[in-house]
Write a protein that binds this ligand. Structure first.
Ligand SMILES: [Zn+2]
Length: 137
């Protein structure tokens, strides 16, 4: 009998701007872009620099460490997967290289969370994609 547990909604892997990012996750690499013209760090992935609109963006790989910029605790959700996870932590994490990304914090409790906490990326592995989560260091 098939497992009917709700599963995390996964990204569209053929979306042009983000496909390279999701390919990198299969190797547990968090890839981001940097402008070859003005050095602006670009996140999330896109076709043009957010600093100067140049289209020459180069891919970089984060070492996977950063700090919690802000967070919230979700205690109610209507989505079957997320309802099965409550209470869970949603955070904006600033990677040391510059990208600020939205993720879930694992391996801790809402009471232990703090802004500025050091975290590292941990990977939730799915068949075609790995999802970058973060846990306290
Ligand atoms: Zn630029």
């Amino acid at each position: 009998m098939a497992d009917r547990s709700p599963t995390r909604p996964l990204p569209n892997l053929s979306e042009l701007d983000t496909a390279e990012f999701w390919r990198g996750t299969q190797a547990n690499e968090f890839r981001y872009q940097q402008c070859a013209n003005c050095d602006t760090i670009v996140w999330h992935p896109r076709a043009h620099c957010t600093g100067c609109v140049n289209g020459d963006l180069e891919w970089r790989v984060s070492a996977g460490a950063g700090v919690v910029y802000t967070f919230s605790v979700v205690r109610q959700s209507y989505h079957p997967f997320f309802r099965s996870q409550v209470p869970y932590i949603v955070a904006l994490v600033d990677l040391d290289e510059g990208p600020r990304f939205l993720t879930n914090i694992t391996g801790t409790t809402p009471e232990e969370m703090d802004v500025g906490m050091r975290v590292q990326i941990v990977w939730e592995e799915h068949e075609e994609v790995h999802i970058p989560l973060a846990k306290p260091m």
